[in-house]
Write a protein that binds this ligand. Structure first.
Ligand code: 13P
Length: 287
């Protein structure tokens, strides 16, 4: 059964660790994420962007895939299926399809409209017992067509959104989707501390988890980050392992062309990346 992120992230906040959101793209990705979480006895959030949902055949396909895989693989750890950077309409569709959690990303609107739409999304998700993530300030870079300027969130605006009763809050603190440029200034911990000070007990979300140095991850968790999103790093490890397989000519040996063999190194690479992150975030044995 898919669960909302509410309990797992409240526990993470109290226990000073973070739960990873790992974005999926297909069957192999989903299996790798679920099996890694099970082996590590960690709660897990399977993230799906609108673009990935479209690629995978729509929200219903994704919801059925994740729910059925969790059952057939005998996954016992809590699994949430969360829409990543959802539009208002996308979030409604994901909810209808059976997602247990949605992000409504209203950061592209002015704050009044972000507040109005987020308030409505809180009402809808509450009625259905689901969790909802909101965003203030934007995450830099691009993910599946969602482009952000990397604006640092205003603590006042964060407080106004947190007060609406959202389950979790993503605030821009200099984080970026994709690889960090060599001249990246790092996370803005003063901004994070200021946001924490005015948002009460709400678990905070750190997007752009790929390539953030370990000490910054740990510091962010100490300052109230309870959910960390990772997408690009799994894509990079999948691509590198697949490239190696092909470059070694293994697809041309025996049944090496069979997708069950061809995609296996990539699958194992994603699983290893997820396990590494679970250890770093401190959520192993917390299920
Ligand atoms: P990365 O692709 O940088 O890991 O970011 C993932 C993310 O924030 C998903 O919303």
């Amino acid at each position: 059964m898919l669960v909302p992120v509410t309990d797992m992230l409240q526990n993470a906040l109290k226990g000073h660790y973070a739960v990873g959101q790992f974005n999926t793209n297909n069957l192999e990705w989903t299996k790798a994420i679920l099996l890694a979480a099970e082996e590590k006895k960690s709660p897990v959030i399977v993230g799906v962007s609108e673009g990935a949902a479209k690629y995978m055949g729509g929200y219903k396909t994704v919801a059925a895939l994740v729910e059925n895989l969790a059952e057939e693989l005998n996954i016992t750890v809590p699994v949430a299926l969360h829409l990543d950077h959802g539009s208002y309409d996308g979030a409604l569709k994901a909810i209808d399809a059976g997602f247990s959690s949605v992000m409504f990303d209203g950061s592209h609107y002015d704050i009044a409209e972000n507040i109005a739409r987020t308030r409505e999304m809180v009402r809808i998700t509450r009625e259905k017992g689901l969790s909802v993530e909101a965003e203030v300030g934007s995450i830099g870079g691009e993910e599946d067509g969602v482009v952000g300027t990397g604006e640092i969130a205003s603590p006042d605006e964060c407080a106004a959104i947190a007060e609406l009763g959202v389950t979790i809050l993503a605030a821009g603190i200099g984080n970026i989707h994709g690889k960090y440029p060599a001249n990246w200034k790092g996370l803005d911990f003063d901004a994070l501390a200021a946001i924490r000070a005015v948002t009460g007990e709400i678990p905070l979300v750190l997007h752009g988890g790929t390539g953030i140095p370990e000490d910054m991850i740990k510091q962010a968790i100490l300052l109230g980050v309870s959910k960390i999103n990772v997408n690009t790093e799994c894509q990079l490890s999948f691509a590198a392992a697949t490239r190696e397989y092909i470059e070694q000519g293994r697809d041309q040996q025996g049944k090496g062309f069979d997708p069950r063999n061809l995609l296996k190194p990539g699958f194992l690479a994603i699983k290893a990346t997820v396990e590494e992150k679970i250890d770093l975030f401190g959520s192993a044995n917390k299920a």
